[in-house]
Ligand binder design. Structure first.
Ligand code: FE
Ligand code: FE
Length: 191
């Protein structure tokens, strides 16, 4: 692997099972990028760095969201969402990633958003279907994602939102916008 040192730095920031997940996301994102003609190195970097601050202090994540003037709505939602935008900030600050597509792929890997790039979709999907994921329905998501990137993204965001709604958990607005955007574009293609 080309980005071995970056990956090793992740090892110190997370428990073993999250590190296995991180490696899985980097590998799956790389495979999807190859399949769909996207930049393999960008997919690998985004995969490696996507959960870099998953285990950071909540208070610190909150501080960065405020000081960097990120979407203040984030603070009204579960702190699980915070590691994605702050992870993007850390990728830029600590790992000197300047590429906007990589930074966005990290920023939106948990919620999705309207108008995602292919790289953003690839990282979002890889996060959900990498080999160590084992929830009911993951096999179907893997199959769809390997057949069609748009359908894969739609199925993954649908799965995530349905899961939250079933548990009566709040759904962040970016996910609704993501879902609507995909559905509306899909409708146009089929008309
Ligand atoms: Fe994450
Ligand atoms: Fe993840």
């Amino acid at each position: 692997m080309k980005f071995e040192s970056m990956l090793l730095q992740m090892k110190d920031r997370m428990p073993e099972r999250r590190f296995i997940h991180t490696r899985g996301v980097a590998e799956t994102a790389t495979q999807l990028a190859a399949k769909y003609g996207e930049d393999i190195e960008k997919a690998e970097i985004a995969g490696i760095l996507h959960d870099s601050v998953k285990y950071a202090e909540k208070s610190w994540l909150k501080e960065i969201i405020i000081s960097e003037q990120m979407d203040p709505m984030l603070l009204n939602f579960h702190h699980e969402l915070w590691h994605a935008p702050v992870g993007s900030y850390v990728a830029r600050q600590e790992f000197n990633i300047e590429d906007a597509d990589i930074l966005n792929a990290i920023q939106y890997h948990t919620t999705g958003r309207a108008g995602m790039s292919n790289l953003e979709k690839i990282v979002y999907i890889a996060d959900m279907i990498e080999p160590s994921r084992s929830f009911p329905g993951v096999e179907v998501l893997r199959e769809i994602a390997n057949q069609d990137l748009e359908e894969g993204m739609l199925s993954c965001v649908q799965h995530s939102m349905t899961f939250l709604i079933k548990k009566r958990q709040p759904v962040f607005s970016d996910s609704f916008h993501c879902y609507n955007d995909l559905i509306q574009k899909r409708g146009k293609v089929k008309e």
